[in-house]
Design a protein around this ligand. Structure first.
Ligand SMILES: [Zn+2]
Length: 164
């Protein structure tokens, strides 16, 4: 069995489609529903993680392609962190999470699956979810549940992340 506890979030992202170049740049500029985007504005977008650490795991990603957080426009970083606050509220109040992990894996050595384009993880957590996660990652039941979770969170977006 795969050990999933080495980091508080998984960092891999795979789509069924062959995508040329950066996956996140592709999602940034495409609107197909099967990309599972939750939110977009002029600075960033939010997308479900296809291989979630827990159900409801999503990522806040700047449109600008960069592998260096330290070089990101501070205004965009501030915007992302403001969205992260709203995302935490959405996960706790709207989605019933008892805790949340937020974080970034920077660089391949930092555990980033897609290291060329930085992304901020939000992972909802529940008491004793480790056992639950272990059992579901072995069977990967996500193909149907993933869609349900996506629709659920998508429905919460207008309330918790209203467009200005
Ligand atoms: Zn990119």
């Amino acid at each position: 069995m795969e050990n999933i506890l080495y980091a508080p979030w998984r960092d891999e992202y795979v789509t069924n489609k062959k995508i040329q170049g950066c996956v996140f740049c592709h999602i940034s500029t495409h609107t197909e529903e099967d990309l599972h985007v939750l939110y977009r504005d002029e600075y960033c977008f939010i997308v479900m993680n296809k291989y979630p650490y827990t159900p409801g795991h999503f990522m806040i990603i700047p449109h600008v392609h960069t592998d260096a957080l330290e070089e990101l426009d501070p205004a965009i970083w501030l915007h992302m962190t403001a969205l992260a606050q709203k995302g935490v509220k959405l996960l706790k109040e709207g989605f019933g999470a008892q805790g949340v992990n937020i974080g970034m894996n920077l660089g391949k050595a930092g555990g980033a699956g897609i290291s060329e384009h930085i992304h901020l993880h939000l992972v909802p957590r529940w008491e004793r979810d480790t056992n639950f996660i272990t059992s579901i990652t072995q069977t990967r039941v996500y193909s149907t549940d993933f869609e349900k979770v996506y629709q659920k969170i998508l429905g919460l977006i207008p309330k918790y992340m209203p467009k200005q």
